[in-house]
Design a protein around this ligand. Structure first.
Ligand SMILES: [Ca+2]
Ligand SMILES: [Ca+2]
Ligand SMILES: [Ca+2]
Ligand SMILES: [Ca+2]
Length: 285
């Protein structure tokens, strides 16, 4: 199952749960799922046409292997869950899309995309699930190498906002309430430049305003990446699971031990410790 299918399946399964509705797929959807299957892949027919781009060019940069996240949020307050899918970008200073080993799918340049849920109740009572790519009209311009997405109403105006954790500066996108978003990262002081992987909105001081926790992963740049061909013979199907994560990370030119961030855990023998994670209090008052 490809990345697109996995993301879409997760999104749709959570969507139906979150809405509390009985799922009905478009009549044009055909499926080869076995009888009794709990989930079927309706992503493509529902309009969720998306392929993650990891920007690899043969250099084996560390972020290439990081799995991307997805967000479910009702950004237009119409009662159904919309989908935000994070996207990667080309890795390596000066490298262009023409050097990608796997070409980017969809509109260029690759960037995170917002899909509006246009769920419709039909005359016979069934529901037609349909998503529309509204990235351009939303004015979301997320071209960074994104790993995760967090949704929450940071300014208590009733409209869900977005925060993107990137390999590079993060982005805070405030919902204008008219279908568009504006990038307030710098003004909000939340454009942390570390390798953000996870994040959470929480009101940790109970003042009524959402605060933000950002989990940063490790200190790494593509410029300091070190090839380690001597390790290659060790990496076999039988031994790969036994190679110590610390050794592998050092081999990639990382200056410190691995750091856990959010739900990302280090190895058991190398207890995780936060190094550059960020807690921001009281946003956009
Ligand atoms: Ca919606
Ligand atoms: Ca809708
Ligand atoms: Ca808001
Ligand atoms: Ca607070």
């Amino acid at each position: 199952m490809g990345t697109r299918s996995i993301l879409a399946l997760l999104a749709l399964s959570l969507l139906t749960t979150g809405c509390g509705i009985e799922q009905s797929v478009p009549s044009s959807t055909s499926t080869s799922a076995p009888a009794g299957a709990w989930f079927i892949d309706v992503a493509e027919n529902a309009g969720l046409d998306f392929v993650h781009f990891n920007g690899m060019s043969g250099e084996f940069y560390f972020p290439e292997i990081m799995s991307p996240g997805a967000g479910l949020l009702d950004y237009d307050n119409d009662g159904d869950l919309d989908v935000y899918l994070v996207q990667g970008s080309m890795l390596g200073r000066g490298r262009t899309l023409s050097q990608a080993l796997l070409p980017s799918h969809g509109p260029l340049p690759p960037k995170g995309r917002l899909f509006r849920n246009d769920l419709r109740l039909q005359g016979d009572g069934t529901r037609m699930l349909r998503f529309t790519d509204v990235t351009d009209q939303s004015r979301i311009d997320a071209r960074g190498y994104c790993i995760g997405v967090v949704a929450g109403d940071i300014d208590n105006d009733g409209w869900i906002d977005l925060y993107l954790t990137n390999f590079g500066p993060n982005q805070m996108l405030r919902n204008n309430g008219d279908g568009t978003f504006v990038d307030v990262s710098k003004r909000a002081g939340t454009d942390d430049a570390g390798w953000g992987v996870s994040g959470a909105f929480l009101d940790y001081d109970r003042d009524g305003w959402l605060d933000l926790y950002v989990g940063n992963y490790v200190h790494y740049t593509t410029e300091t990446d070190i090839s380690c061909p001597g390790l290659a013979p060790l990496i076999t199907a039988n031994t790969i699971a036994q190679i110590d994560m610390y050794a592998r990370l050092r081999c990639r030119g990382i200056s410190q031990r691995p750091i856990a961030a959010g739900s990302i855990a280090g190895s058991r023998r190398q207890p995780s410790r936060p190094v550059a994670s960020v807690l921001a209090r009281g946003l956009l008052r």
